[in-house]
Design a binder for this molecule. Structure first.
Ligand SMILES: [Fe+2]
Ligand SMILES: [Fe+2]
Length: 438
């Protein structure tokens, strides 16, 4: 070979994937995460244990953050923008991931998620990190390593909830197994998630045994708590004081715990508007749902730290139910209504807790206030976006907010005399318990 035509060659595997090959695989991962977020969010109201809703909300947020990083990375790799808005050759795979939203039961949903789809994604991340180039694709390595470790934890946590669910509804086991096997078979037919080129499949296949998803009219409640619709006497009796001192500490913790409705509303609206609003909606509402789960956990944690037992603690449903049967825009409106209604009290209450020397309540309320300020912004922004998309006046978001107040009022009017008496009795007992421990 002449000196002029000599070429340097190397056998290093770094060049295995070119820039656009890399972007194609990352785009597939993005759509898989996105589909899992939408399905998990939709199922939050249906699954009963309080901690399972809290765990699910955290997992949704983690998956949405991974999806967000994947999406940004695909943009950085100069992948054609318009192609990032559609699944392209991965359409059948993504349809399968989205198909578990139509699972026939809680157990079937959890099993297909925990034993089929999450492990497939975890294995693909592991394979990607093993063979991709950590020099050229270093930015991906950083966030995908985190996503991989989160996948391991997500599978562990959800596996626990699956086993719990199967123990409470043993008759659902066979159906869940059949469903998970169907999902696994379709996944295998499609070559799993993988890191190879997309399989060109002409059309997505319908999943045998699926049941079209609908938003539950009533949310499932953890049976360990004292279950009710209206969770404190002041909800149904305006003359009942919100209270001061220990009464305020208790009332505030009960409010935080009962923000379980906001986790559910966040999940429902994330899913309901996922295909209508842009990706940023899913990203924001995943964070919103997670934040509400932290507020709920704050209240639960404080009540337990005071020695109170779940069976003595009221866990209600009225805010969730007030928006049932309505256009889901009223669930978004309901969150906005309560965020803006209560936010002005939060700092005052944090100061009162400070004056009592109750650092934990002060701490929780202070962090909650910061979160709620973000949420009020989400509510206003996305209500306006939705109204614009519907060719309605974006300024009508205030009317939606007002109508939510009306819906709650109407629902509260359905409280029976027995319900009012019961919640007064349970609240009095809880106050007495707390007083005995103070
Ligand atoms: Fe909250
Ligand atoms: Fe909030």
């Amino acid at each position: 070979m002449s000196r002029e035509s000599a070429i340097l060659l190397s056998t290093q595997p770094r060049s295995r994937w070119m820039r656009l090959d890399t972007a194609q695989v990352l785009k597939r991962f993005f759509f898989c995460e996105r589909s899992l977020v939408v399905s998990m969010a939709a199922w939050i109201p249906s699954i009963a244990p309080l901690e399972s809703k809290i765990d699910m909300a955290r997992i949704i947020w983690q998956c949405a953050e991974s999806a967000h990083a994947l999406r940004n990375r695909v943009f950085e790799l100069r992948f054609p923008n318009r192609m990032l808005e559609e699944e392209g050759p991965d359409r059948a795979l993504i349809k399968l991931f989205g198909g578990i939203k139509d699972s026939p039961s809680d157990s079937a949903f959890l099993m297909s998620l925990t034993e089929v789809l999450l492990p497939a994604l975890r294995d693909s991340y592991r394979a990607y990190l093993a063979v991709s180039d950590s020099i050229a694709d270093g930015p991906t390595h950083r966030f995908l390593s985190l996503a991989l470790s989160e996948k391991d934890e997500q599978i562990r946590v959800l596996q626990r909830w699956l086993q719990f669910q199967l123990s409470t509804e043993p008759r659902a086991r066979e159906e869940a197994l059949a469903w998970a096997q169907t999902v696994a078979q379709h996944l295998s037919d499609l070559g799993s998630v993988g890191i190879g080129p997309s399989q060109l499949v002409p059309a997505a296949i319908a999943l045998a045994g699926s049941k079209t998803y609908s938003i539950p009219g009533k949310p499932s409640r953890d049976p360990r708590f004292w279950r009710c619709r209206f969770y404190w006497p002041d909800v149904v009796d305006p003359s009942f004081p919100y209270g001061e001192g220990m009464h305020l500490q208790l009332r505030s913790a009960i409010s935080h715990l009962n923000e379980v409705w906001a986790i559910e509303a966040g999940g429902v609206i994330l899913s309901a508007f996922a295909d209508v609003l842009p990706w940023e909606w899913i990203h924001d509402s995943a964070r919103w749902t997670y934040d509400e789960s932290r507020h709920c956990r704050m209240g639960y944690d404080r009540l337990l730290s005071w020695g109170l037992k779940p069976a003595e603690i009221p866990l209600g449903t009225y805010i969730y139910e007030s928006a049932s049967g309505q256009d889901p825009i009223y669930r978004l409106g309901m969150l906005y209504f309560f965020e803006t209604k209560n936010i002005r009290h939060k700092l005052t209450r944090a100061q009162l807790f400070h004056s009592y020397g109750d650092r934990l309540s002060e701490h929780d309320m202070d962090f909650d206030w910061a979160d709620e300020t973000i949420h009020a912004g989400y509510g206003k922004h996305w209500l306006k976006e939705l109204l614009s998309l519907r060719r309605e006046d974006p300024a009508a978001h205030e009317q939606i907010r007002e109508h939510c107040g009306y819906l709650v009022g109407q629902f509260v009017n359905t409280a029976t005399t027995a319900e009012v008496a019961d919640i007064k009795r349970v609240a009095a007992a809880l106050i007495a318990q707390a007083a005995a421990r103070s």
